[in-house]
Design a protein around this ligand. Structure first.
Ligand SMILES: NS(=O)(=O)/N=C1/NCCS1
Ligand SMILES: [Zn+2]
Length: 270
């Protein structure tokens, strides 16, 4: 094991927070980092995009884990594929997760005209035309495509309850729960899947590889405030306790906005 480098701890606050990520993860200081603010007055309509093709089946067994940074629903079924839109290749769904705040006024990673939403859903896909594995694709240009939906507090979202009902099993870090009910992650996306913004960026978590094509839906998904509160019920790790002995809850797991550095955000709509 001595040949493998020790994993470096990172987080969202203090010395291990986003301002210091670049010290151990040099790509975090790169020129095409994510997230960004979407200035809708500067986006460019691109009429050349084909329709997005999002084909997920709902018979894939998946596992839900609390990895200490978010909850992650691992899928990697060869029946869950994404192509079309701005993509040149076919991508396979690997996992989905979210970023959220300590209250409903913050939590998303991307912002729109400076507005931050209560949470942000990332459906992570890897390029199966160009690469042989997700581990290879995750660090290569065009290797990853992330379908992204903003979430705001509003009416209850029944689809999310299929995920949230497993949260009691993953409250602690490294907790894992098997999800094999008839659940299709497509139900978590907005109805309108033709209007989106897209740009080339990076993983928003270390090692921040600059391998990601983001596709961000304009329509915002509503979940109830109680459902958002369930996101915040996860704990960060068994060791870290508040001085009151209270569990430390996993909240505000969003990276700050990164410089655009001349990148243009394309829009699929006028
Ligand atoms: N938030 S994110 O989707 O850009 N970051 C990731 N890191 C490893 C798989 S997805
Ligand atoms: Zn993410």
């Amino acid at each position: 094991k001595s040949h493998e480098s020790k994993p470096v701890a990172w987080g969202y606050e203090g010395d291990i927070g986003p301002c210091n990520w670049h010290k151990y993860f040099p790509k975090a200081g790169g020129k095409r980092q994510s997230p960004i603010d979407i200035d809708t007055s500067a986006t460019q309509y691109d009429g050349s995009f084909k329709p997005l093709r999002i084909h997920y089946d709902s018979h894939m067994c998946s596992s839900l884990t609390n990895n200490g940074h978010t909850f992650c629903m691992s899928v990697n079924s060869d029946q869950c594929n994404l192509s079309g839109g701005p993509l040149e290749d076919k991508y396979r769904l690997l996992q989905f997760h979210c970023h959220w705040g300590s209250d409903d006024t913050k939590g998303s990673e991307h912002t729109v005209d400076g507005h931050q939403y209560a949470a942000e859903l990332h459906l992570v896909h890897w390029n199966t035309d160009k690469f042989k594995s997700a581990d290879e694709a995750i660090e290569k240009n065009q290797g990853i495509a992330v379908l992204t939906a903003f979430i705001k507090a509003g009416k209850e979202h029944r689809g999310w309850n299929h995920v949230l009902s497993h949260f009691k099993d993953i409250k602690k870090v490294q907790g894992t729960s098997t999800v094999n009910e008839d659940f299709n992650p497509k139900c978590l996306l907005p109805e309108n899947q033709t209007d989106y913004w897209t740009y080339e960026g990076s993983l928003t978590t270390p090692p921040c590889h600059e391998s990601v094509r983001f596709i961000i839906f304009k329509e915002v998904v509503e979940v109830s405030s109680e459902q958002l509160a369930q996101f915040r019920s996860l704990c960060v790790c068994s060791s870290r306790k508040r001085d009151t002995g209270e569990d430390e809850h996993l909240v505000d797991n969003f990276r700050p906005i990164q410089p655009l550095n001349g990148r243009v955000v394309k829009a699929s709509f006028q």
